[in-house]
Ligand binder design. Structure first.
Ligand code: DHE
Length: 562
């Protein structure tokens, strides 16, 4: 019997183990690649492609890219037995120009040579990165300032509730922006292509996670925001949340990994690792999946529980953190390809997009059961969604769509007797607001606002990608107002789009902050609007403001206000 010899190599921070035997078996028909080209292919795949297609290339938001689909037949035919075989030339075109199915074009990001390398790389057998154990977590853990050496009270005069933790995506940094003064209070180093930030229940600690799995714990009580601990939770990650239930404030952190597919529980104030739970298992269709990635995680306010959404299996986990050693988990079947989501107005129901299934799943966290599975237009992408009272249909939760030019409004139950008459609409899409195009990523409102803000950063037209639509929630028959964010910024036009992305309200709900996300070497900005008048209030620019994307207002994130 032939023995397979594993060998490993490193890309940036990630080491990959490859089974020599697997590579050889595939080498018969996959196009030839030099070792250097393979290195380049691996790095680009991890940085640009794995998020949508998966490390093992089994597909999720993006298509399956296993060699069975990507390689041409031996005789060079593209169609064989009804199966589309793509081959290098066809793959190059798809990578360069994108597809109508939602794949973005890479001809302005990758060179021709890189596109050719990628077209050949994805015809090879996928590389399998190594696992990541509790010992690996422990070895990576750095407690920089132990709790006893931290301030006993806030040391700055910054209004901490109105700080915006702002992702500087391509520099791997987080800018903490003073929301009252509208200037950068401090910048801290974080993980690679840092993704989201969440707040501890008290609002003292900011947690952020990089795509390389590095979690950074920032203490806002110092004179300047200070990193007090870091840890790696895996090789590839997207989500974190804290323990928010009464009695557990600031006690735990949970982080979800894409690779390895697992979630990890840590101490909230030190990041000391406590437990890892694998998410490998069976999909809602009854098939084993080796890479079910952890997508959104949210912390319940009514129970000591996290809602953990497993992308590829379509299983929603309610994880009871009151006894970490004897962890109790409720597993709720929903639909495949779970991604992002948020609470309804009452914070009893969690609504999450099963994006490539074109559905929203609603979980009742009080009963621990699926409340509804709602069909929507193509590829819902709510961010955390937006809650308001519709003039005709009562309480609704809104989601935008990457794949369609609408914002869907879904009626949600509410215990207040004054909303009883709207019960008939519950869990139905009651209205679809028309957008100028698809490519929406985030919607947002605030209890004190009369507006629903929707972006379109992934729209192929510059005039849409660089703008925002604002709907009047008191009268949704009125046409929405188009806010020209790039023009309002006063920054010079650049070749690449400056995408207007991710809206966030100030603590008092009076301002809306929008990121203008330019290229890494282009000037970017945060553009601040007065929510009442929709007039420009301030453009926050700074040479250090490089590729700003998500912004998380301390108070609104801590309380889940959206
Ligand atoms: Fe995100 C949320 C995954 C690309 C900005 N993104 C999320 C969540 C997941 C996710 C699972 C929910 C986290 C939670 O609530 O716990 N994002 C992914 C991907 O897999 C994907 C598609 C591809 C990738 O390779 O990472 C991806 N995301 C992006 C971007 O390119 C964005 C636009 C810019 C950036 O900074 O990377 C981006 N994602 C965001 C933001 C949120 C988010 C700002 C949080 C929204 C909120 O208001 O909570």
């Amino acid at each position: 019997m032939r023995t397979l010899k594993p060998f490993s190599f490193t890309i940036g921070a990630v080491s990959f183990a490859l089974m020599a035997g697997f590579g050889q078996a595939n080498a018969q028909t996959a196009p030839a690649m030099t070792p250097q080209e393979k290195e380049i292919g691996k790095k680009i795949y991890f940085e640009r492609c794995a998020g949508c297609h998966g490390v093992l290339r089994k597909g999720a938001t993006g298509k399956n890219l296993e060699p069975a689909w990507t390689k041409k037949d031996k005789d060079g035919k593209e169609i064989s037995g009804g199966t589309l075989k793509l081959g290098t030339e066809r793959l190059e075109k798809i990578i360069a120009y994108g597809t109508e199915g939602g794949m973005v074009n890479y001809d302005d990001i990758l060179t021709k040579e890189e596109i050719n390398i990628m077209a050949r790389y994805i015809q090879q057998t996928p590389d399998v990165p190594p696992e990541f154990s509790l010992k690996d977590m422990m070895d990576s853990w750095k407690l920089i300032v132990p709790p006893e050496q931290r301030p006993k009270k806030p040391m700055s005069n910054v209004n901490l509730k109105n700080v915006f933790a702002t992702t500087l995506r391509d520099t791997g940094e987080l800018a903490l922006i003073d929301g009252d003064k509208k200037e950068i209070w401090g910048i801290v180093k974080t993980g690679y292509a840092v993704h989201i930030s969440r707040l501890s229940a008290s609002g003292r600690y900011v947690y952020t996670v990089g795509r390389d799995g590095l979690v950074t714990l920032i203490d806002l009580w110092f004179e300047k925001p200070t990193t007090v601990a870091t840890i790696k939770i895996g090789h590839d990650a997207r989500s974190v949340d804290t323990s928010k239930f009464k009695g557990y404030e600031d006690k735990y952190l949970v982080g979800g990994s894409y690779w390895p597919p697992q979630y990890s529980i840590m101490e909230g104030d030190t990041l000391k690792p406590l437990k890892i739970v694998s998410t490998r298992g069976i999909t809602v269709d009854g098939e084993y999946h080796p890479e079910p990635r952890v997508a959104s995680i949210v912390s319940s306010h009514i129970k000591p529980e996290w809602v953990i959404n497993i992308k590829e299996t379509g299983q929603i986990l309610l994880v009871d953190y009151s006894d970490i050693k004897n962890l109790k988990t409720t597993t709720i079947e929903s639909a495949k390809f779970l991604h992002d989501g948020g609470w309804d107005m009452t914070k009893r129901y969690f609504l999450v997009a099963a994006n490539a299934s074109h559905k929203i799943a609603a979980v009742d966290t009080k009963t621990g059961k699926l409340a509804a599975l709602i069909d929507t237009k193509k590829i819902p992408h709510p961010g955390r969604g937006a809650n308001f009272v519709h003039p005709k249909y009562g309480p609704v939760w809104a989601t935008g769509h990457l794949g369609d030019a609408v914002i869907s409004l879904i009626s949600t139950p509410h215990p207040d007797p004054k909303y009883a008459k709207y019960k008939q609409y519950n869990w139905k899409v009651v209205e679809e607001l028309k957008m100028p195009g698809a490519g929406n990523l985030f919607v947002k409102t605030h209890p004190k606002s009369n507006h629903l803000w929707a972006d379109m950063p992934m729209n192929p037209e510059r005039e849409n990608a660089e703008a925002m639509m604002v709907f009047d929630i008191r009268d949704l028959s009125k046409p929405p107002v188009k806010i020209e964010v790039a023009k309002d910024s006063g920054l010079p036009e650049t070749k690449a789009f400056r995408r207007a992305v991710h809206q966030e309200f100030s603590e008092d709900g009076s301002e809306v902050w929008v990121s203008l996300w330019g290229g890494k070497t282009d000037p970017s900005a945060i553009v601040v609007y007065d929510d009442k008048t929709l007039k420009l209030k301030k453009v926050i620019t700074d040479p250090k403001m490089i590729t700003p994307t998500g912004k998380f207002n301390v108070y609104n994130t801590m309380k889940d206000i959206y």
